[in-house]
Design a protein around this ligand. Structure first.
Ligand SMILES: [Zn+2]
Length: 57
């Protein structure tokens, strides 16, 4: 079991409907310095590609 390492999760919230569509597990060794990254992702609620904002949890 390798559950001792804390892996922060990043949430991707749709900028239009504010719903959380994606959860990304940050792999160890990768530092996420910018917590205001934005990605164009498909939102299943808006049914189109919208700007998603990353949120560190
Ligand atoms: Zn949306």
């Amino acid at each position: 079991m390798t559950t001792k390492t804390k892996r922060p999760f990043i949430k991707l919230d749709c900028g239009v409907c504010k719903k959380t569509n994606y959860h990304i597990a940050v792999t160890k060794g990768k530092t996420v310095e910018n917590d205001k990254l934005e990605l164009k992702k498909h939102c299943r609620w808006c049914k189109k590609h919208t700007l998603h904002k990353m949120k560190l949890k």
